[in-house]
Design a protein. Structure first.
Length: 102
């Protein structure tokens, strides 16, 4: 990120309202400004899959540090997560509920 991009980011965060999502050029990545607490400003990165530029989930994954991002990466790299997701998808995907005759 160059100096001008950093300045634009800081300016956008300063002008944003609390809990406002700021779109980025990265698909599914947003900046979220939180309310100031004890004279301290916190900003999160939200990871939220998008469709046509709009978030698909009401809330995504909020990250506050590089350490949190690395931990999420490690979780996502676990092969067992793929196995778990396959079972969940197989048994609990959007299937129509059967109509029960009474």
């Amino acid at each position: 990120m160059n100096k001008q991009q950093r300045q634009n980011l800081v300016k956008a965060v300063e002008q944003a309202a609390p809990w406002e999502k700021i779109s980025t050029s990265l698909d599914g990545v947003y900046i979220v400004k939180t309310p100031t607490h004890n004279n301290c400003q916190t900003v999160f990165i939200e990871l939220n899959p998008s469709l046509n530029g709009q978030p698909t989930k009401r809330r995504g994954i909020y990250l506050k540090s590089s350490d949190e991002l690395n931990k999420i990466r490690k979780i996502c790299e676990n092969e067992k997560l793929d196995e778990l997701m396959n079972v969940i998808t197989q048994y609990y995907s959007k299937k129509e509920m059967p109509i029960i005759e009474i």
